[in-house]
Structures are given as C-alpha cells and as structure tokens.
Design a protein around this ligand. Structure first.
Ligand SMILES: Cc1ncc(COP(=O)(O)O)c(C=O)c1O
Length: 490
C-alpha cells in the first residue's frame, strides 16, 4: 500500500462504526448461502458466459461509473454517449433502420411497462375510453403488471397445451380498442416463438401497435441458426424490448426498449416544467439511477463484438440441442412444444403410463438434491406443470454432469404422482373478504412456511398448493411471504 493510501486507511478506520473489512466479510458470508451465480448449476435467473475476464471488465466499467447519476445525460455526457452506442449496437442486431430509436432502461420489466405506456398514450391521441392490451397468456407477467399500473383492460389469449397461440385467435380479438398486441420472442414459460410476421400483417393493416418482447431472446436469437424473421425486419413491428442483463451477460439493471418512429417514441417521455425544481424530462420510470449496469453492458458489447456473441450463442445452441435429445431419451419426460432459443420447459410424458411418468416438480426437487437448481412452473392456463431450464454458455462446461443428473433424478422419482394439495387446502377457513396480514401468515404457517419465509426443502408440495389455490388467495399468500421476508425483526 502506498504511504498516502496507508495514512488514509488509518485515518479512515476510526471514522467508521464498523470496519470496512469486517463489513465485507459479513457480505461474503451472506453470499455463501445464495444459489451459486456462476458455474452452471442454476438454470434460471443468471446468465453466466463462463468468461471470468468478461465479468471483471463489467465490474471495472460499473465501478468507473458508480458515482454518476444516470438521470441526466446533459450533465453526464458519458451517459448519453454510452446509451447512443449501446442502442446502435442492439438496433443493428435487431434489423432496425434509422427510424428506430430507443432508450436504455433498468430491466425487462421497465422496458415492458414503457412499451405499454407508450402504446396507451399513442392510442389515446385518437381514441376515447379504456384501451385493451391483447396478448397470449404466455406473455411475461410484466405485461399484466403494465395493464394494472396503466389502466388497460387485459385480454389474455388462450394457448395450446404446448404454449402455441393461433393466429386466428389473435385475429378474432383485434378491435379498435386494442392499443397494443404483445408477441414473445420467445416466451419464458415454454420458449415458444409467437407467430410474429403473421400477426404483424394483421395489426399493421388495422393500424394497431405490435410489441415484440425479446427481453430474454433479444441478444441471443440474432445469433440462433434457422429462425424466421421476428424483429424489426418484420414490417408492422412497432417496438422491441431486449435485455442486456440476460443474454447480454451484463450485471442486473440494464435493458433496451426500441421503438419504430420518433413520434411514437416521444410518447414514452414524461416531461414537466410545472414545478419550481429542475425540469423533469425522461423516457424512463426511474429518476436518479445508476449508470453502472449501462457501462458494464456497453463494455461487454465492445469486448465480445458480434463474433463473441455468436460464439456464446453457438455454445448455448449445442447445449440446448444436447439437453433436448437427452430429455427425449428419458422415459416419462418430454420437452414441451418446440422451444426456440436457449430455454425450454419439461413436462411429464403421459404416454408413459402412471408408473412410467416422471412428475416434473419431483424431478426438479431430486435434481436440486443432486446439485442442479431447476425452476418449477405451476400448471396454469391449460399448460401442464413443467420445469424450466435456461441454458447459458457456461452450461457446456458442466454438460456431462448435468445430463447425468437429469437422468438420475428422473430414475429417482419415476412413478411418483404429482402432489395432491386438496387435503392441505381442506383446512383453509372460508374466505369472505380481504385477508389481513396475520391471518395470511397463519395460513402460510399451516402450510409449513414459517415467519422467516424459509421455504421447505421440497418445492413440489408448495407448487401444488399454488396450483390448487384460487389465484386471488394464492397471490395474497405469496405477497405475505415475500413481505415478511424483508421485515426487520421486532
Ligand atoms: C420474455 C421476458 N420478458 C420480460 C421479462 C422480465 O424481465 P426482468 O426480470 O428483467 O424484469 C423476462 C424475464 O425473464 C422475460 O423472460
């Protein structure tokens, strides 16, 4: 340590209530209880390129921008420069021309919210009444949140058992009150690539906006081999969301929303000069915000370039193909539908008979016991219970081990029926009105979920409860669970 750094450290030590080194030790200790973010053992939430140098670069870039306020690109010109560059990179990937402009947001949900808000405000220029948001039930829940926040009527189109939406069903629901249709590229629950070109032909001839949610696919599908056009190459697509903090491998907090047409995109902005402070004029939901994830994403795109992204996508494609083949060879399981991109859903193969079937939730619990964390998805909207896998470049480095576990976990639970939650639900008091917090906590405790929010080891019974509980009650109970998780001790 240099003399001045040493002096500063000594002077600093007495200024703090707790020593910085001890504080960081606490943080490290807390992190040891988390699911591992690197190494390919968690197949959702995290997107590990398997390149430590890329993570270091991202961390260094974020650190350099740490003190900057991303709110104001006029005061911090670096923010404008990074956004311009990053938007240009993603626009190029998504076949946008000079008429496509955009915004860097803090994540997929913010991009989806803003796509809906923009469409609503453009619709209102020429319509009155309540606008409708039309989308397959497999579109990400962020759009349900958007309809709720921004006062649109949510119109969910049913899908087939394997998650495909029919163009005729979309067409039959189009109308003058539809402010936005959402298609996914691909959808999260089943990885279906919605019929974007066919629906775009219908929406554009009626002047209806069409958003393509490529939050998960946006930085990987451009490199996926053998796909039909799904982005701005399709006339009639009016906006696309794409997350840099997924297959852009950036730390959480960065996504882009691209809109076709400046006039449309200007409706995304909120601007006011009607208060005595600084004019608030921005295209995002947040005000002050970190510029760190933006800088990290920007640095990663420069380090990888298109060739680097192609190599990582190729790795994902090899691993995904291998996993699909392996699951096809496991008696009692099946891959649902035709997944597009590096994610898939696995269901029980009913043709295997009761003894030969593998319940996907018991399977996920067994795989967890063997060191791989898969994501359980409840049966809903006609889609059976499934287990979700997100495949990332690092998956290839653990592929033989993963395939072995997928097979062994299936062998361990084959023939075990899906959990029947009816006996548990039988003990519920009749619900006559809104549930207060203590009653909700008592019901959770009855299900074996304690005040600390500690989840049971086996998640299959919990998912069965979610499947069997009427949605308003299940949503209230899960709210209680999450809210109590962050309550300070009494
Ligand atoms: C298709 C899709 N849209 C939107 C989102 C929401 O993104 P975020 O979690 O970054 O808010 C996700 C997240 O997985 C997604 O897969």
């Amino acid at each position: 340590m240099s003399g001045s750094a040493n002096a500063a450290a000594q002077a600093g030590a007495s200024k703090f209530a707790e020593e910085p080194a001890a504080i960081l030790d606490q943080l490290r200790e807390l992190r040891t209880h988390d699911a591992p973010t690197h190494g390919g053992h968690v197949l959702s939430y995290v997107y590990d390129p398997g390149l430590a140098a890329l993570d270091d670069l991202a961390a260094d870039a974020a650190r350099l921008m740490q003190p900057v306020n991303g709110l104001d690109p006029t005061t911090f010109g670096s923010v404008a420069a990074l956004e311009r560059d990053l938007l240009g990179f993603v626009r190029g990937l998504l076949h946008g021309d000079a008429d496509v402009v955009g915004t860097v947001t803090t994540g997929g949900t913010e991009s989806c919210l803003l796509a809906v808000k923009t469409a609503r405000d453009v619709w209102r220029l020429t319509h009155e009444g309540t606008p409708r948001l039309l989308m397959p039930v497999t579109a990400h829940a962020a759009f349900q949140k958007a309809a709720h926040y921004f006062g649109l009527t949510l119109d969910l189109i049913p899908v087939s058992e394997t998650g495909e939406v029919s163009v005729a069903d979309v067409e039959s629901r189009l109308g003058d009150d539809v402010a936005l249709v959402v298609m996914s590229a691909p959808s999260y629950p089943v990885a279906a690539l919605d019929p974007i070109a066919e629906v775009a032909a219908l929406t554009s001839e009626r002047g209806i906006a069409l958003h393509v949610d490529a939050c998960i696919g946006g930085l990987v599908l451009p490199f996926w081999r053998g796909l039909p056009a799904w982005d701005f190459a399709v006339p009639g697509v009016t906006s696309v969301s794409a997350d840099l903090h997924k297959y852009g491998y950036a730390p959480k907090g960065v996504s882009v929303l691209l809109q076709r047409g400046r006039d449309r995109q200007r409706a995304q902005y909120f601007a006011t000069t009607r208060w005595p402070g600084y004019p608030v004029v921005n295209p995002t939901i947040l005000g002050s915000k970190s510029a760190g994830p933006l800088a990290a994403a920007w640095a990663i795109t420069h380090a990888l370039g298109r060739d680097g992204f192609q190599r990582l996508a190729d790795s994902c494609q090899r691993s995904t193909d291998a996993i699909i083949t392996a699951i096809g060879n496991i008696e009692g399981l099946r891959v649902l539908g035709t997944p597009v991109g590096p994610l898939l859903a696995v269901a029980a193969d009913r043709s295997a008979g009761l003894d030969g079937q593998v319940d996907p939730h018991h399977w996920a619990d067994a795989a967890r016991g063997m060191g791989f964390i898969l994501q359980l998805q409840p049966a809903a909207a006609g889609i059976p219970p499934t287990t979700h896998l997100t495949i990332t470049p690092v998956t290839e480095s653990v592929l033989p081990e993963l395939l072995g576990v997928l097979t062994k976990a299936a062998d361990a639970v084959r023939g075990q029926p899906h959990v029947d939650a009816t006996p548990l639900l039988g003990g519920l008091p009749p619900l006559t009105g809104p549930l207060d917090s203590d009653t909700a906590a008592a019901i959770l405790a009855g299900f074996g979920i304690g005040a600390g929010g500690a989840l049971p080891d086996a998640l299959a019974p919990l998912l069965a409860i979610i499947e069997a509980t009427p949605p308003p009650l299940a949503e209230r109970l899960l709210t209680e669970l999450l809210a109590r998780l962050v309550e300070p001790p009494a």
